[in-house]
Design a protein around this ligand. Structure first.
Ligand code: MLT
Length: 213
């Protein structure tokens, strides 16, 4: 199994989709577990830790400056994360997860949607921006993406979030892009909107039949 440090909590309710929890810069595999439990009670939780260190802070890919991404690294790390998800699905026998990502975690989830969309069933992207400037939309038909941006977010330029929403829509995803009167930090409204969108997502039986590794 790939080398991601991660946390896995099995489902206590079989009718729920697993969540892939992707933390922000400086976070770890424990950060979003309370959020995951709150928005999807009983769901399996898979939470990897980003493998890039920026002055000791874990991230999912390198950046050259705030908001300026090393796109070669974005591509490489997104593929590594996608391979990890494939391995974890086989090992823990879980269906394709819904990504729940915040900040850098939302950006790597967006990169997964653009590069390896088959590893996710849907996504909730909190404070996301476009991770790849010149990406073409893959086939995202059948996927639902909830994007929640902050109108006063000092880190995510609003046009970059809008570009990402457009790109995902052009691939055929059903994108619900909400802009809240908040900054980069999460609010209770994020939690409410995320849980509402998850209640509307039925679980499907696509658990891998065989267990690898
Ligand atoms: C990033 O991926 O760099 C985020 O958008 C900002 C952050 O993680 O601080």
């Amino acid at each position: 199994m790939s080398a991601f440090v991660h946390r896995f909590e099995p489902a206590t309710r079989p009718d729920t989709r697993p969540l892939l929890l992707l933390h922000g810069t400086g976070g770890n595999e424990n950060d979003l577990v309370p959020l995951g439990r709150a928005v999807a009670p009983g769901a399996a939780l898979l939470a990897p830790r980003g493998q890039v260190l920026e002055r000791g802070m874990p991230r999912f890919f390198r950046r050259l400056a705030e908001g300026v991404f090393d796109e070669e690294d974005v591509r490489r790390r997104a593929h590594e994360l996608a391979d990890f998800i494939d391995d974890a699905r086989a090992r823990y026998r879980i269906a394709a997860p819904i990504a729940l990502g915040y900040s850098n975690g939302a950006n790597v989830a967006a990169a997964l949607l653009l590069l390896r969309p088959e590893v996710l069933s849907d996504a909730i992207l909190l404070r996301a921006m476009t991770p790849l400037a010149s990406a073409q939309p893959p086939d995202l038909a059948g996927k639902s993406v909830l994007m929640i941006s902050g109108a006063q977010d000092p880190i995510v330029p609003p046009p970059s979030a809008v570009r990402l929403a457009d790109l995902l829509r052009r691939g055929g995803a059903a994108v619900d892009h909400r802009v809240l009167p908040v900054g980069h930090a999460l609010s209770n409204v994020d939690l409410t909107l995320a849980s509402q969108s998850l209640k509307a997502t039925p679980a499907e039986a696509d658990v891998p039949a065989s267990v690898k590794g």
